[in-house]
Design a protein around this ligand. Sequence first.
Ligand code: ZN
Length: 255
Amino acid sequence: MLEQVSARVWVTTSPTWLTTSSVVVADDGACLLVDPALTPADLVSLQGELTGRGWHVAAAFSTHPHWDHVLWSEALPDVPRWATPGAAVASTDEELAAQAARDLPGHRWDVVGGTTPLPPDTTELPWTGLRAAVVATPGHAPGHASLHLPGEGVLVAGDMLSDVEVPLLDDDDDAVDAYRRSLQRLADVVASCDVVVPGHGRVADGAEASRRIDADHRYLDDLTAGVDPLDARLGEPRVRAEHVAQAARLGAERR
Ligand SMILES: [Zn+2]
């Protein structure tokens, strides 16, 4: 199930929305989980696979506060689960639990719980494994952050740089500009990366990630110009529906 994408990083992909979970493995077998997903059974089998390899979960990171990126399971140990201050969710977030129950029933939200905010302006995750730089990339969701593993040449992008989803914007008035700035920030990071893991979709090499950055800029250009984008990712009905909704929202703001 786990696919090795660099010396110390493995990825597993759920067939639903091609949702990825990333596992960063330190030399002593301590693992950092990034956005573990997606079904309760997926999380149980992920823990089983880690145990089978002699690894143990030491910490986790949630890239942003959408329900499919904050998940946890009874099978996984009680470890620090960090998010940026803007992305941390409370264990009492009923709206998030309701969205999860609607989209993919089965998660027990009393088990999923909440995430812990990192101190403001944290630049690296406070774990003893390999260096993991927190790259602020707002625009998709509050506090959205990507994780750069410079020693591995890996970027875990969160819900950006996808080959199956166009840029999906949060409700903030500044979201388009924030998203563009985040793409520019990621372009600098991608220049030194061999592997880019999107939250949904296929793992990319640096060249493919750069193509996705260009495609995302083109999509945002068309979206803000009120032009129907020629983008293959819109062939998927779910993504098309999200696009239509955000195009309508931006159109209403312009009027
Ligand atoms: Zn998301």
